[in-house]
Design a protein around this ligand. Structure first.
Ligand SMILES: *[C@@H]1O[C@H](CO)[C@@H](O)[C@H](O)[C@H]1NC(C)=O
Ligand SMILES: *[C@@H]1O[C@H](CO)[C@@H](O)[C@H](O)[C@H]1NC(C)=O
Length: 374
């Protein structure tokens, strides 16, 4: 073999080696691409899983913190009359018991923080002053009966600040009474023959009363003997001009009447001189979904038109936004029970000047206070 031949052979071997190497590199490249694709797919799947889990947790959280996530805007008008107040959008979900052991019904809170409530079981109205260790009887408490100084299963009470007196729905006596807060012997019947349920008073001192027999809410102007229909009055039913067991009533500055249309599981708003109402809460059949109510009871409206309603048998207070037409849970809604965050059948609700929420928790025979949280 010549030197030349030898070198030729060597070079041939080299070429084969380099081809194999080349092929190897080619395969590695493909493996690399494949590997990258697998990694990318994996990363994307993990991200999708994480996002969906976090999303679900957020959903749960938002259900828990409820009101807290809503826009923070000023203005909760917590009284039955005029006043523009700061608004608070979330409440501590754990309440404290203000008073217990009675058959509580309607409740009202004065500007000084005094809580007035009807104790239907004991035929009297009680006042619990702020920070006071004892509550006091301010109306009735003289056995049940129909004398002037007696009550028989009162269902609601409102404070008439201008006249320093209470207006009381004396249910089983079929009458509405005015009871002086300064003179214990001064009380009189202001409306007779009425199956009253709930009461409200407007800035002019006119009194609004719901009447179950006639499925109506009527207004009595100060000093007048005849009531004028302001909601319902078209027999029992669920049309927009009808009511079925109207209970609690609220009146805003524009004299619009809000009434808990209890058996229709909705709250109706009747504008002044309206011929029919509009549904402002519920009205989606009885149920416990968001957007549904199960017997509407106490109702309070803030000056933005947000409607707070005691969703009685769902054991929660809900708020319906006029702006978004959506509802959210304010307190309760965690099931029935007697722990501090649980409720067991609601009746009336009220707010004090600071925006703290008071709930008549009938099943637990107590009034729960839920502190406003900033
Ligand atoms: C009640 O107690 C609180 C806290 O001690 C106090 O800030 C408030 O002024 C008291 N209110 C009345 C009416 O006594
Ligand atoms: C309290 O009211 C009664 C009945 O209206 C009246 O006779 C009496 O004079 C009043 N007392 C005072 C101190 O105003």
């Amino acid at each position: 073999m010549s030197n030349n031949e030898e070198s030729e052979e060597k070079s041939q071997t080299e070429t084969t080696d380099s081809r194999i190497l080349h092929k190897h590199i080619h395969i590695s490249k493909w493996m690399c691409v494949l590997f990258s694709i697998v990694v990318i797919v994996l990363v994307i799947s993990i991200m999708v899983i994480i996002i969906s889990v976090v999303g679900k947790q957020n959903e749960k959280l938002s259900k828990l913190s409820l009101a807290a996530l809503e826009t923070r805007e000023p203005s909760l008008d917590v009284t039955h009359t005029v006043a523009e107040k700061s608004v608070y959008l979330s409440w501590n979900q754990y309440g404290s018991t203000v008073i217990k052991g009675m058959q509580f019904k309607g409740i009202d809170i004065d500007d000084d923080g005094s809580i007035y409530f009807a104790d239907a079981g004991n035929d009297r109205v009680i006042r619990q002053r702020m920070n006071a260790t004892r509550s006091e009887i301010v109306a009735g408490g003289n056995g049940f009966g129909n004398r002037a100084n007696q009550l028989n299963s009162p269902t609601d009470v409102v404070v008439d600040k201008k006249k320093n007196s209470l207006i009381i729905c004396d249910k089983k006596n079929q009458r509405v009474m005015r009871w002086s807060l300064q003179n214990a012997t001064e009380q009189r019947i202001i409306i007779s023959n009425i199956n009253c349920n709930g009461l409200a008073i407007d800035q002019d001192g006119s009194i609004y009363v719901s009447d179950n027999d006639q499925a109506v809410v009527k207004r009595w102007n100060d000093g007048e003997n005849i009531g004028e229909v302001v909601a319902g009055g078209n027999r029992v039913g669920d049309a927009l001009d009808q009511l079925d067991q109207p209970s609690y009533v609220f009146v805003d500055h524009h004299y619009s009447v809000y009434v808990s249309d209890t058996n229709n599981n909705r709250v109706m708003k009747w504008a002044k001189n309206g011929k029919a109402g509009i549904v402002v809460a519920g009205g989606n059949a009885q149920g416990d979904n968001i957007g549904q109510l199960f017997l509407a009871k106490g109702v309070v409206v803030d000056h933005l038109g947000n409607v707070y309603v005691a969703d009685s048998l769902n054991d929660r207070v809900v708020c319906w936004s006029e702006k978004t037409q959506e509802s959210m849970i304010v307190v309760g809604g965690y099931g029935k029970g007697s722990d501090s965050h649980l409720l067991n059948g609601l009746d009336d609700i009220a707010f004090d000047r600071e925006g703290n929420l008071y709930v008549v928790d009938i099943g637990n025979r107590r009034i729960q206070k839920f502190d406003r949280e900033d």
